[in-house]
Design a protein around this ligand. Structure first.
Ligand code: ASP
Ligand code: MG
Length: 402
């Protein structure tokens, strides 16, 4: 088999951990597999490099920043190569440009365009273990680019897709995907499997296990993806197109996002074009709006509520105040103290009453719901932030028992 393995920064943070990971790589290789390994920068290296940059220039050009940030991964692959050499294994470490990983020109958040397979194939033919620096590539100017924070996952999936690898394993300090954050929710369980779509929802809802784009790529190319621990040798969670239906599992996971602010515009004229004016103004300022709710007010007016990231709240408020005359509303209220709680499950399409179960769990704790939004595989509610932990636990108990 051809296996792509990716190890996160904490898994290669020091010499001891480097050798532990080298052990996993060596075992895979010695079982007779072809192995391509993608590594992240050691520990907090990327943050440290960002601090270094800020000491010299608080607003460096993105091009120069990428040259700096890409060095972290290079340290990891060379050290890992030395560890494997010491164990007597044939190994070669390669940077993004050495494997011809081409990206667009968006420094700091580049997208992968293609990978030329020549060098990778040559090295695999020589039966070498290949270590690739994650998170980096080169653009059409032959400049180094980086893929955005957490981007090494995407490097791994892209290589797996390009080489038609049999599987892509993402190792880190968590041993899989859980029904809820296991550090905070009692009874949170590890999932055996999850669909790409569920994983995408959970990732964008704040479950920081996988880089979002890596899941998108895996879905597009049907990459056999698994999330597992670098410390415990046990199966992790498989991410795939369809999963076998576990009867008692009505949903796959619960996510909480505290980085939410609610804005309500009160007394908007009830006429065509108002929502357009409001949201065009916000879009122009590149403010992402999430849940939107419009409800009938009194006397030919309506109220419009919507949520944005907390960091965008003040800008959004200012913009709307500036447009007060144009839109013609009577007042504005904002609230940072809210959270979005979501349940995600591909099975929702087939079963009914899932949303009601969630609402019942909230009712049992007398938690008031401010807004509700649904999609085919997700139900989200906006509630007071103070109750967010309690809400997640109650919903978890309702769906998974306590
Ligand atoms: N080292 C980069 C980061 O910290 C990329 C990664 O770890 O995936 O964001
Ligand atoms: Mg990561």
């Amino acid at each position: 088999m051809l296996i792509v393995q990716k190890f996160g920064g904490s898994s290669v943070a020091d010499a001891e951990k480097v050798f532990r990971v080298a052990g996993i790589i060596a075992d895979t290789y010695c079982e007779g597999h072809d192995v391509v390994v993608v590594l992240s920068a050691q520990g907090d290296t990327t943050d440290y490099l960002l601090e270094k940059a800020a000491e010299v220039n608080p607003s460096p050009s993105k091009r120069e920043l990428d040259i700096l940030l890409s060095t972290g991964e290079q340290v990891s692959i060379s050290l890992m190569a030395m560890a494997l050499e010491k164990m007597g294994l044939p190994v070669v470490s390669l940077t993004g440009w050495q494997i011809g990983l081409r990206t667009n020109s968006t420094y700091g958040n580049a997208r992968i365009k293609r990978i030329s397979l020549e060098r990778l194939r040559q090295e695999l033919d020589k039966r070498r273990i290949i270590l690739v620096a994650g998170f980096q590539g080169i653009n059409k100017y032959d400049d180094i680019t980086t893929l955005g924070r957490g981007g090494s996952d995407t490097t791994a999936v892209a290589i797996a897709a390009a080489l038609h690898a049999d599987k892509c394993q993402i190792f880190s300090d968590v041993d899989g995907i859980y029904t809820a954050d296991p550090r905070k929710v009692t009874g949170a369980r590890k999932l055996e499997e999850i669909t790409y779509d569920e994983m995408l929802e959970l990732a964008s809802l704040g479950a920081q296990v996988l880089h979002n784009r890596s899941v998108e790529l895996a879905k597009r190319y049907g990459v056999d993806l698994e999330v597992l621990s670098s410390y415990v040798r046990a199966p992790g969670t498989k991410v795939k197109e369809v999963v076998k239906q576990v009867e008692e599992m009505k949903i796959s996971g619960i996510a909480k996002d505290n980085d939410v602010a609610r804005i309500t515009i009160i007394g908007v004229p009830d006429e065509p074009g108002v929502a357009f004016k409001v949201f065009r103004a916000l879009a122009k300022a590149k403010i992402n709006v999430d849940i939107i709710l419009q409800s009938k007010g009194t006397n030919h007016t309506t109220d419009i509520s919507f949520t944005v990231a907390e960091g965008d709240m003040e800008t959004a408020r200012k913009i709307l105040q500036d447009y007060k005359e144009v839109i013609g509303f009577s007042s504005l209220s904002v609230d940072k103290n809210v959270s979005k709680i979501s349940i995600v499950g591909a099975g929702m399409i087939r079963s009914s009453g899932i949303a009601a179960m969630m609402f019942e769990a909230l009712y049992d704790c007398k938690i008031n719901i401010h807004m509700i939004s649904t999609s085919e595989i997700k139900v989200s509610v906006i509630i007071d932030e103070n109750y967010s932990d309690m809400a997640v636990q109650a919903i978890h108990n309702k769906f998974f028992g306590n």
